[in-house]
Design a protein around this ligand. Structure first.
Ligand SMILES: *Cc1c(COP(=O)(O)O)cnc(C)c1O
Length: 527
């Protein structure tokens, strides 16, 4: 069964998946990859990694609040714990292991110089409640990062504190709503226009703010349908949320006309800047009429992401929205740099809408991103954009006659394919992506954007060499040939070589088993 995007709704019977094709080993391990039980299953009562003195008898001062049961942590030695986490880490795929073609995510190399700078004690050990006089260096990093971000985007202000792209969207849309409220139009401007190819966070952000999402169709060539967009304009429109380059990897050529039209009806232009990598140093969003745009420091500016760690999504703001930026921000005077944290601080009486985070944002990301900017310089950043677009077009050119591309012509920093080349093979986009795991690659983004059937979105980034792009393309060409040559089993049962075979993803998402409980513990099995 397929849904409208060509995604299988039933991933098949777990019985005839990858694991059936393997030989059984006595240990359950495959080569040097260990089958790793949960840490709770490995604990043995009484085992310990430390030698603590007996607790002397002393009257309890807990007033009857002492725990009656064991805390339930596993008892393990230090080597048990070390091995557990090192084995788990070997199951992770990472940008430091190989090419990571996940479209929209900009999985680029994080230069080690970034790490060295972020670990300077003055940045690494700084506490958010330290007196201002002791954090002048950290404030200078924030101040200089502000300068780079506003200069690169051609926008006058930036709110640094949002902690991810989605959080930045929330911040930008809060500023837009605050501006409408200040103009007495908060209650009437309730509709947000969002292209149907948008990243899911865009409509989610608007909905979270209680705004109504009105979706704009795309043209045959993958861009906003200008006429359909114009027909939706009206006095109840709060703004548009548009990604540029868009999620089909294409530059929105009508972007100036879109900006003018939204401004003409009193709305604001929110730009999703997650794809800034394609245009950094070449195009200034401020020149395109953008009012607010988040920048994923963890994409364009190479700070690490992908493991659920901290990101950073600063939002640049136009002159009209700058007064509504959330606290804090950095100002300087003859005594040094200061954080403006409250209305009225530093003579500021702008109607900021408050704060988005408890403290000042992700210091580690600020220092990494600024290191990246300064080590590349403005010419280097421009080359980042040019090389990322070149890499994607190289992949597109090598694969488009063997796979199938939904749109004519060159792309920006991502190459998009659909599943027409798999028609009649019995192989789906999902099967194809799983077979890439056997080839040693993390799959590309699948089934996104939703406007393309069975989409495969590949973003190679500028940090891959031609050699690594060639190995990647050769492997996809071999897979495409295999799929067309009736080698169906290679795909439908993939991954064959991963620690875990094909999962029932629907069941895993709908009924996740996330908690270990004592009752569940098969003690014998762990021993
Ligand atoms: C990554 C991304 C986002 C969300 O950014 P997060 O930092 O993951 O919250 C939004 N829009 C697009 C187009 C993206 O690629």
């Amino acid at each position: 069964m397929m849904n409208k995007q060509g995604r299988p709704t039933n991933t098949g019977d777990a019985g005839d998946t990858g694991s059936a094709a393997r030989i059984e080993t006595a240990t359950g391990h495959y080569g040097l990859d260990h089958n790793e039980p949960l840490i709770f299953e490995q604990g043995v009562p009484g085992r310990s990694g430390v030698d603590l003195p007996e607790i002397p008898d002393a009257p309890s001062r807990l007033g009857g609040l002492a725990r009656a049961d064991q805390i339930g942590l596993p008892d393990l030695t230090e080597p048990d714990v070390m091995r557990h986490y090192v084995r788990l880490s070997r199951k992770n795929y990472a940008i430091d292991m190989g090419l990571f073609p996940l479209g929209s995510c900009t999985m680029k190399h994080n230069p080690r110089l970034n790490e060295k700078m972020a670990r300077q004690p003055g940045f690494f050990d700084v506490h958010p409640l330290q007196p201002e006089s002791t954090i002048q260096g950290a404030l200078a990093v924030m101040d200089e990062l502000t300068h780079w971000l506003t200069t690169l985007t051609g926008m006058p202000a930036v709110a640094l504190s949002p902690k991810a792209g989605a959080h930045g969207e929330f911040c930008g849309m809060m500023a837009i709503r605050a501006a409408h409220e200040a103009a007495g139009e908060g209650a009437t401007r309730t509709r947000v226009l969002v292209p149907e190819s948008a990243h899911g966070t865009n409509p989610a952000t608007a909905a979270q703010l209680g705004l109504k999402v009105d979706s704009i169709p795309a043209t045959e060539e993958g861009r906003v349908d200008l006429e359909a967009f114009r027909a939706k304009l009206g006095p109840d429109v709060a703004g548009i949320m548009l990604t540029n380059p868009n999620t089909c990897g294409l530059f929105e050529r009508d972007i100036r006309a879109i900006a003018d039209a939204i401004h003409d009806v009193g709305g604001y232009f929110y730009c999703d800047g997650a794809n800034f990598n394609a245009i950094v140093g070449r195009v200034r969003p401020g020149d395109l009429g953008v009012d607010a745009m988040h920048i994923n420091l963890h994409k364009t500016f190479s700070t690490p992401h992908g493991g659920g760690g901290p990101g950073a999504g600063p939002v640049v703001l136009s002159e009209a929205l700058a007064p509504f930026a959330p606290h804090p921000w950095v100002v300087g005077d003859k005594d040094g740099l200061h954080l403006v944290e409250h209305d009225g601080d530093q003579g500021d009486d702008a109607p900021a809408f408050g704060r988005l985070t408890a403290f000042h944002g992700q210091m580690g990301m600020y220092s990494r991103a600024l290191t990246y900017m300064k080590s590349h310089g403005t010419d280097g950043l421009r080359q980042v954009a040019e090389d990322s677009v070149l890499s994607a077009n190289y992949v597109l050119a090598r694969l488009k006659d063997h796979m199938s591309a939904p749109f004519e012509g060159p792309c920006m920093h991502e190459a998009l394919f659909d599943d027409r080349f798999l028609e009649g093979t019995g192989v789906t986009t999902l099967d194809f992506a799983k077979a890439m795991i056997d080839e040693g690659f993390h799959p590309m983004t699948m089934y996104f954007p939703l406007v393309v059937h069975g989409a495969m979105l590949i973003e190679p980034t500028e940090t891959e060499s031609k050699q690594s792009l060639d190995i990647f393309c050769d492997s996809l060409l071999a897979l495409a040939e295999g799929a067309k040559g009736n080698d169906k089993e290679r795909f439908t049962a993939a991954p064959h070589f991963a620690p875990t075979g094909r999962l029932d993803e629907t069941l895993a998402a709908r009924k996740p088993n996330l908690r270990w409980s004592v009752a569940q513990k098969p003690l014998e099995a762990a021993e």
